[in-house]
Design a protein around this ligand. Structure first.
Ligand code: ADP
Length: 479
């Protein structure tokens, strides 16, 4: 589990990257130092060999015989410490040697002699058994373009090797140690950074559908984690709201169905208590049918709304004649209006207006709005339905582009108070429950209207004064 954790992965990457950097840096340091030290040795060998060569070529030179250390002391005023010197004649025979060589001699390779004949100095490293490596320069001395003698100067590489070995030991010890400390530090940092994640996980685990009002404590500071937790909290809030809505919807729906069922049950129980005349039974049956009709309307509306929620309702948009639909619906409902002593009038219905919309939905929208007008207007009043063509606005806002059509349903009814106006489009909301139920309402009609209008990218609004009447305005885009 630990090896799959983010903490482990972060630390691993951190240590890997640091490891690669440290090893590259150490290798670079080692190689550069080694080159520079060896170049230093070579430079010193060459300058000494050059000095000896030029001194040996001077007319007063004592080279070629005697003790070379004394010769050097006499001619150059120096006794080079730690340097082995050997002079060969032009045939490669060893002549003078420095004291420190005593009975041994510097190695002379064939390649070095061949280079010397061509006038080219040669650097070589020898590894004598049991002693540190030896760096040797084989330096030809030319006189009148001919090789006169060969000077060999050698120096032990012991100091160089020692310095490099010390550096290597330091690096070999410190690099892994640094990586170890870095991995511990990395773990600590990852722990610190990820600590709130554990907290978030634990809290999130405790959240169920029962306590969606809980939120996760937002970690201090403003970083990616804070915005993640905030987004998470917003999501929980939205989920909570949806859950509440579903709960409310279920309880409202059961309540709506319970009332007609109670009425049905009561009426039937009373009817069955004793023998009754066929007229009484007929009356009970009529009343029952009314309640059953009410229930089936509620169930139909509920089914429609639940289908809109699940996206099952697909609009069949086509070019429809809205004027004709208004005419039809008005004709269909005018009998109902007349029976209640109301006037139902369609104004401006001569101009044919066509829109791209679902014909059935438009009918349902008009029926709901006009039927509401009939339900909530006292006898003697009137309901008017008007269609208005609105040309495209000159200063267009993004949602008001193009031409639109307005459906205006106004009545001279009881009106709706300002605070109720905001809620009447909510499911099951009824301003006056008793009156609405008497009129056969369930509080779902306007929610259906709102869905239909929004599905057509339109808007619905209400303007009303209590006691004076209401005006419902639907604005739909023509295309
Ligand atoms: P209902 O089936 O109760 O009529 P609606 O969703 O159609 O349900 O309407 C919701 C509420 O809005 C109604 O209960 C009523 O109080 C109010 N309402 C709707 N239309 C009108 C209107 N034309 N005049 C007055 N009140 C209205």
């Amino acid at each position: 589990m630990y090896f799959r954790s983010l903490r482990f992965k972060l630390t691993l990457w951190y240590v890997l990257i640091l490891g690669v950097l440290l090893i590259s840096f150490s290798s670079f340091l080692y190689i550069t130092l080694s080159r520079s030290l060896r170049r230093d040795v070579d430079d010193r060998l060459r300058s000494l060999a050059g000095l000896i060569a030029s001194e040996s070529s001077s007319p007063s030179s004592k080279f070629g015989f005697g003790d070379i250390d004394e010769t050097l002391q006499a001619s150059l005023g120096l006794r080079p410490a730690g340097k082995f010197i050997q002079v060969l004649d032009e045939s490669g025979k060893i002549g003078q040697k420095s004291d420190n060589l005593s009975n041994i001699q510097l190695p002379v390779s064939f390649a070095a002699l061949r280079n010397a004949v061509r006038g080219v100095p040669t650097y070589e490293t020898f590894h004598p058994l049991g002693t540190p490596p030896l760096r040797v320069i084989t330096y030809p001395v030319l006189e009148k373009l001919h090789i006169a003698r060969i000077v060999q100067v050698a120096s032990s590489l012991e100091d160089v090797e020692e310095a490099l070995n010390t550096l290597l030991i330091i690096l070999v010890v410190t690099v892994p140690l640094t990586l170890l400390v870095a991995s511990l530090g990395g773990q600590f940092l990852a722990n610190q950074v990820l600590k709130p994640v554990g907290h978030v996980t634990r809290t999130a685990r405790l959240i169920t559908s029962q306590n969606l009002n809980q939120s996760i404590q937002v970690p201090r500071g403003r970083d990616e984690l804070t915005s993640l937790v905030e987004t998470f909290n917003e999501m929980i809030f939205r989920l909570g709201k949806s859950f509440d809505q579903i709960k409310q919807f279920t309880s409202d729906a059961s309540h709506e169905l319970k009332t007609p069922l109670t009425v049905l049950k009561g009426e039937m129980e009373v009817a069955l208590r004793k023998e009754r005349s066929s007229q009484d039974y007929e009356q009970v049956l009529r009343s029952n049918l009314e309640e059953i009709n009410r229930m089936s309307r509620i169930v139909e509306d509920l089914l429609f709304l639940s289908k809109t929620d699940t996206g099952e309702i697909r609009l069949l948009k086509e070019e429809i004649n809205l004027t004709e639909i208004v005419r039809d619906v008005v004709a269909q409902l005018s009998l109902l209006a007349e029976m209640k002593g109301l006037r139902l009038i369609a104004t401006n219905h001569h101009e044919e207006i066509h829109v791209l919309a679902d014909g059935l939905c438009m009918r349902q929208l008009l029926v709901n709005l006009i039927y509401n007008g009939i339900k909530y207007t006292e006898p003697g009043g009137s309901i008017q339905v008007a269609l208005e063509n609105t040309p495209p606005a000159t200063s267009v806002s993004p949602d008001e582009q193009g031409s639109s059509v307005k459906i205006i349903v106004s009545d001279s009814g009881i009106g709706i108070s300002k605070e109720d106006q905001e809620k009447i489009f909510d499911r099951f909301y009824r301003a006056d429950k008793a009156r609405s139920r008497d009129q056969g309402g369930s509080g779902l009609g306007l929610s259906i209207c709102k869905w239909i209008v929004q599905a057509h990218r339109g808007r619905i609004s209400v303007d009303s004064d209590l006691g004076k009447g209401s005006v419902f305005t639907v604005t739909l885009p023509l295309h």
